[in-house]
Write a protein that binds this ligand. Structure first.
Ligand code: ATP
Ligand code: MG
Length: 203
């Protein structure tokens, strides 16, 4: 990670698999908010998906590596895959702050679906103290900031809207496509598509 980073984007996700929705969100936030770097943080044991089968972290991490390798302003953090779950976002942010020092401003990048859920996460008040939120639109999700502010006072002041072309891509749909033998070309980077094929993921 560049020491000079003053404004850091943080994109947490299960990334099972990473796709062009994630990558475009990171790129738009980088460009529009003047971030020096975006850190992809694959989840270890995500608290909001209990019971669902999730691919082992090493596969998800490797796909994030493949997808981001050619971008100097994208980096990866193992902070969540290397600790025992459940990995609460508030702890992720605290650990990153401890590792990176007081300097960089943190911008937690998330889709509108994730923003709506944030108010239900563990210690949401602390989350919005530790970072600002960079929110991208997601098809089919409407955000009512006035309502969300009632549940988490001060939230809306921490939100930056990041414009992005709506991309109706989700990891769950990609997994379903692979399972039923349909193509995922042009929805994920070619390197990720090849890795899924080689490793026999999602069959
Ligand atoms: P799943 O279908 O398994 O939930 P997902 O596609 O939603 O997967 P996640 O890893 O859950 O991917 O998402 C990580 C972050 O990326 C979340 O903040 C989510 O809102 C955002 N995100 C995912 N896909 C898109 C997309 N197509 N457009 C904008 N944001 C997205
Ligand atoms: Mg999701």
């Amino acid at each position: 990670m560049a020491v000079l980073t003053q404004r850091l984007g943080i994109l947490g996700g299960t990334f099972d698999p990473i796709h062009h929705g994630h990558l475009r969100a990171a790129e738009e936030a980088h460009d529009q908010l003047g971030l020096q770097q975006v850190l992809f943080v694959p989840a270890g044991d995500p608290p909001h998906k209990p019971g669902l089968p999730i691919s082992p972290a090493h596969h998800r991490l490797h796909m994030v590596e493949l997808a981001t390798a050619d971008k100097p302003h994208f980096a990866i953090s193992r902070v969540d895959v290397d600790r025992p779950g459940p990995c609460y976002t508030v702890d992720t942010l605290r650990l990153l702050r401890a590792a990176l020092g007081p300097k960089p401003a943190f911008f937690f990048i998330e889709g509108a679906d994730s923003l709506v859920e944030t108010v239900t996460w563990y210690q949401p008040q602390k989350i919005i103290e530790l970072c600002e939120l960079a929110v991208v639109a997601r098809p089919g999700v409407r955000v009512d900031l006035t309502e969300l502010d009632k549940e988490l006072p001060g939230l809306s002041k921490r939100v930056h809207h990041v414009q992005m072309p709506l991309l109706e891509i989700s990891s769950s749909d990609l997994r379903a496509r692979v399972k039923t033998g349909r193509s995922i070309s042009y929805l994920v980077p070619p390197s990720v598509e090849a890795y899924i094929q080689e490793q026999g993921l999602y069959r």
